[in-house]
Structure formats: structure tokens, C-alpha cells
Design a protein around this ligand. Structure first.
Ligand code: ZN
Length: 156
């Protein structure tokens, strides 16, 4: 079990509270957890103490598959000095398969041709010695057999 102190130590630049700490505890376990309502079953992000759909307080952080498509894409040429901008840094809003409109923002990695509509899957990168979620082209999206087997080799 990951303690609150560990989350504070590993993500010192995040303003943590008792709701969003669950997201970062998930990061440390390399699980992307978003809010899920026990009453209406709808997902939401960011995590909230009440369901934004039905206002129920029966919400919990639950893992998502991390599969989705690029909904919005921004190529950053400058920003906080935590990443390398020698190439445009792709920041994408991913529409997750769990629910229409459920979107999570992260960078794209191993993605030579980022584009809207690209199927992606969750992966993890390390920044400031802590895990962060990122997205890469989905291995199933490869149209040709050879590309699919290359992707399988990378996973293996
Ligand atoms: Zn609800």
C-alpha cells in the first residue's frame, strides 16, 4: 500500500489533496485511475468527491484500459523546462474507449506521425524520477502483418 507521504515525496510539484492523491498513487503502481460513479456508472476526470453526472457521493477511483484515440493534438515548441523541445512535444487529449467524451491528456511517445483519430494505448514514461502516463500508437492498429509482428516484438 502506497502511503500519502510517498506520493508527496515522489510528486513534490503537484498540489495534492485527498481526492487527486488517488490518481498519483495509481501512477506509482502504473495504473491510470479515473473517477467512476457506483450509482449511474459514468466515468469522470479529474477525480471528484461527487459524480458530475448525477451528484452521487458514491464515486471511486477505478482503473481504465488506457485504450483510445487521439481527439485533440497540440505540438508544443516551448514550455516548462521538464521536457526536451528540440522536436515539437506532442500533447494529446485521448478519448478513452470507456465512455464517449471521457478524455485524458498526455504526451505521445514512439509516435513518428501523430494525428487526430490515431488509435493509442497507455504506456509509462519517467519524469523527475516518477512514473507518468503517456500514450503510444496501439499495437492492434497496424494495418499490415509485418508491422503488427514488429509491434508484438517490441511488447515482448
Ligand atoms: Zn453518477
Amino acid at each position: 500500500m502506497i502511503s500519502d507521504a510517498t506520493v508527496l515525496e515522489r510528486y513534490p510539484n503537484i498540489r495534492l489533496d485527498h481526492v487527486n492523491k488517488q490518481l498519483y498513487k495509481g501512477y506509482l503502481e502504473q495504473r491510470l485511475v479515473l473517477g467512476r460513479c457506483d450509482d449511474c456508472g459514468r466515468w469522470h476526470t479529474p477525480l471528484r468527491p461527487r459524480c458530475p453526472s448525477c451528484w452521487s457521493a458514491s464515486v471511486a477511483a477505478a482503473p481504465v484500459s488506457g485504450r483510445g484515440t487521439v481527439h485533440l493534438l497540440t505540438l508544443l515548441h516551448q514550455g516548462p523546462p521538464v521536457v526536451d523541445y528540440s522536436r515539437p512535444w506532442p500533447l494529446a487529449a485521448i478519448e478513452l474507449v470507456e465512455q464517449p467524451g471521457l478524455r485524458f491528456v498526455g504526451t505521445l511517445v514512439d509516435c513518428p506521425a501523430p494525428r487526430i483519430g490515431l488509435p493509442v494505448e497507455l504506456t509509462w514514461i519517467t519524469r523527475d524520477d516518477a512514473p507518468w502516463p503517456a500514450f503510444r500508437p496501439a499495437s492492434q492498429s497496424a494495418a499490415s502483418g509485418s508491422a503488427a509482428s514488429e509491434a508484438a516484438d517490441v511488447v515482448a
